[in-house]
Write a protein that binds this ligand. Structure first.
Ligand SMILES: Cc1cc2nc3c(=O)[nH]c(=O)nc-3n(C[C@H](O)[C@H](O)[C@H](O)COP(=O)(O)OP(=O)(O)OC[C@H]3O[C@@H](n4cnc5c(N)ncnc54)[C@H](O)[C@@H]3O)c2cc1C
Length: 474
C-alpha cells in the first residue's frame, strides 16, 4: 500500500496537525529525552478532545498504519515521538474531575503528575503515583506507577477503578472490573500495548497537606552498611515511611557541604505521610543507621515532597536508564552499587547526572496478588535504575557505558520479572519475562491478539499478538 501523504486527514479534526515542514512542528515533536531529538515523526495529530482521538485512530487503522502515542512524553526510549511514525498526541487532554466525598478522581491522558497532585491536594487527596512532576499520568499509570505512596497504598494500577479507552479500530469503550474485565487486568501493567486510554478513574486517599520529607546524606564509605541494613529496618517501619536510596555525585543543593560537591555520596530520599510524632521518631531512627553529613528531613507539604526529585529529572538533555528488580539489598548487591558509582563519569555541572536510584516496592505493594493485574511484583522488594543525563553528544558512550556497566554488574542479582517503565528497552527476551510467569505473558499475548491483532501499537516495549506465531498459547 502506498504511504499516505495525509492530505486526506479529516478536516473535522479539531486539534492541530504537524508535518515536518509545518510551523510549530519542532515544538510539537519535542519530548523529555533529547537522546532521540533527531527522530522525525511523519505526522503528529495533536488531539483537542476524545472525538479527535477517535478520528486520528480510525484514520491510522483504516490504512493499517502503526501509530505512536504521546501523552506526558517521558518515555525513556522516546516511544512517544519515534522516527517515521504517525503520532496520536494526547498531551492536550487536561480534564480533571474530583469527587471529594468518595475520593474518586477522573484524569484525562494529557495530565502530568504535578497537575494531578495540585488538583487533588486542594481536597487533601493524593492518587498514589510517581515522582517528578512533569511525568505523564498516562504512561506511568498504564505500566504500574511506583512512588512515595507505594508502601502505604500500593501501585497506581492497584488504585485504578476504570478506564475510558479508544480501541485500535476507533471504538470508545469503558474498561473496569465489571466491563471488559480481562482487558482491565491487562491495562493495569501492560496498558501501552492494548489500546488508547483517554481517561483514568482512580481511588485517591487522604494525605497531607503536611507530611515530612527531605534528604539524608552520608559519605560513600558508610553506604554499603546503611544500604545492607535497609531491608530489616524497613520491615519494622510503618508503611507511611518510604525511603529511596540514591548514589550520586553530591549535587550543589542547600544543606550539602561544599567540600562534597561532585564526590559520590549516598542520599536517602525520605517521605513520611504519617502523624508528626511518628514521622520525627521514624526519620531519626532511619538517619541513625549511619552518621549523616547533612540532613534536610523535616516538615514539608505533600507537593514539596513529591517534587523533591524534580532537580534530577529535568527535560531537555540526553537521558538514559537501565534498571530492574532485586529481592533484597544484600551486602553483595550494595557493594556492587557502591563500586559502580565510584566509576561514574565526571559531570560538567548541576544539569548532568550519573547515579543509581533505588525505590521501595515493599509494604502495601505486596497486599495485591501477583495475578491481580498484569503488573508483576512477585519477589521484588526494590527497583533500581542506573540513570544518566548529560549535554554533550560526544560523551554518549561514556554515559551509556555507565548504565550498561551497572546493569552487567547487577546481572547475578536481578530478577527476571521487572517494571516496564523506568528503564530503556532491554530486548525481546526481557519483555517475555517482564510480567512474571510465562502464563501471564501468554495471557497478555492473547489479549493483544484480541485488542490489537495487527500490532498497530508497536512503538512501545512490544508484546506481539499470539497469532503472530510467537509461541504463545491460543
Ligand atoms: C524524570 C522521570 C521520572 C519518572 N519517575 C517515575 C516514578 O516516580 N514512578 C514511576 O512509576 N515511573 C516513573 N517514570 C517512568 C514513567 O512512568 C514512564 O516513562 C512513563 O511511560 C511515562 O509516561 P508518559 O505519558 O509521560 O510518556 P509517553 O512518552 O507519552 O508514553 C510512554 C508510553 O506509554 C504509551 N502511552 C502513552 N499514552 C498512552 C495512552 N493514552 N494510552 C495507551 N498508551 C499510552 C506510549 O505508547 C509509550 O509507550 C519516570 C520517568 C521520567 C523520565
Amino acid at each position: 500500500m502506498a504511504k499516505p501523504d495525509f492530505s486526506d486527514f479529516p478536516p473535522s479534526f479539531r486539534g492541530a496537525t504537524f508535518r515536518p515542514d509545518d510551523p510549530g512542528y519542532a515544538e510539537a515533536r519535542t519530548i523529555w529525552n533529547c537522546l532521540t531529538a533527531d527522530a522525525t515523526p511523519v505526522f503528529i495529530a495533536q488531539c483537542a478532545d476524545t472525538e479527535d482521538v477517535v478520528t486520528a485512530v480510525r484514520y491510522a487503522s483504516d490504512r493499517d498504519l502503526p501509530f505512536a502515542l504521546r501523552s506526558g512524553g517521558h518515555s525513556m526510549d522516546g516511544a512517544g515521538m519515534p522516527d517515521g511514525a504517525f503520532v496520536v498526541d494526547l498531551s492536550q487532554l487536561k480534564d480533571i474531575e474530583i469527587d471529594p466525598a468518595s475520593g474518586v478522581v477522573s484524569v484525562a491522558s494529557g495530565v502530568t503528575l504535578g497537575e494531578m497532585d495540585t488538583a487533588t491536594q486542594r481536597h487533601g487527596l493524593v492518587v498514589p503515583s510517581g515522582t517528578v512532576t512533569t511525568t505523564g499520568v498516562a504512561g506511568l499509570a498504564l505500566g504500574g506507577g511506583l512512588g512515595f505512596n507505594t508502601r502505604r497504598f500500593g501501585m497506581t494500577v492497584d488504585n485504578t477503578l476504570a478506564y475510558d479507552m479508544v480501541t485500535v479500530d476507533g471504538r470508545r469503550i469503558r474498561v473496569s472490573a465489571e466491563e471488559n474485565a480481562e482487558l482491565f487486568w491487562g491495562l493495569r501493567g501492560a496498558g501501552h500495548n492494548l489500546g488508547v486510554v483517554t481517561s483514568f478513574q482512580f481511588q485517591a486517599h487522604k494525605v497531607g497537606p503536611q507530611v515530612h520529607s527531605g534528604l539524608i546524606m552520608y559519605a560513600l564509605d558508610q553506604a554499603e552498611n546503611i544500604m545492607t541494613a535497609l531491608d530489616t529496618h524497613m520491615a519494622g517501619a510503618s508503611r507511611a515511611l518510604t525511603v529511596d536510596p540514591v548514589l550520586l555525585p553530591a549535587p550543589p543543593l542547600p544543606g550539602v557541604p561544599a567540600s562534597l560537591f561532585g564526590t559520590p555520596i549516598l542520599v536517602l530520599v525520605v517521605v513520611h505521610t504519617g502523624d508528626a510524632a511518628t514521622a520525627v521518631a521514624e526519620l531519626e531512627a532511619l538517619a541513625a543507621l549511619g552518621t549523616p553529613v547533612a540532613n534536610t528531613a523535616g516538615p514539608s507539604t505533600w507537593l514539596e515532597a513529591n517534587s523533591i526529585l524534580d532537580i534530577i529529572g529535568p527535560g531537555g538533555r540526553r537521558n538514559y536508564a537501565r534498571g530492574g528488580y532485586i529481592a533484597s539489598l544484600t551486602q553483595p548487591v550494595s557493594a556492587a552499587f557502591v563500586e559502580q558509582i565510584g566509576k561514574a563519569p565526571s559531570l560538567n555541572g548541576p544539569g548532568e547526572i550519573a547515579g543509581i536510584a533505588i525505590q521501595a516496592l515493599s509494604g502495601a505493594c505486596h497486599d495485591f496478588d501477583e495475578d491481580s493485574a498484569a503488573f508483576s511484583r512477585t519477589g521484588a522488594t526494590w527497583l533500581w535504575e542506573a540513570v544518566a543525563g548529560w549535554e554533550d553528544p560526544a560523551r554518549d558512550e561514556e554515559f551509556l557505558g555507565f548504565t550498561e556497566r551497572v546493569l552487567a554488574s547487577l546481572k547475578p542479582h536481578v530478577l527476571s520479572n521487572s517494571y516496564v517503565n523506568l528503564t530503556a528497552h532491554q530486548g525481546e527476551e526481557w519483555v517475555r519475562g517482564l510480567y512474571g510467569s510465562p502464563g501471564k505473558f501468554q495471557r497478555l499475548q492473547a489479549l493483544k491478539a484480541e485488542w490489537d491483532p495487527r500490532n498497530l501499537l508497536r512503538f512501545n516495549k512490544n508484546i506481539e499478538p499470539a497469532s503472530a506465531g510467537t509461541g504463545a498459547a491460543g
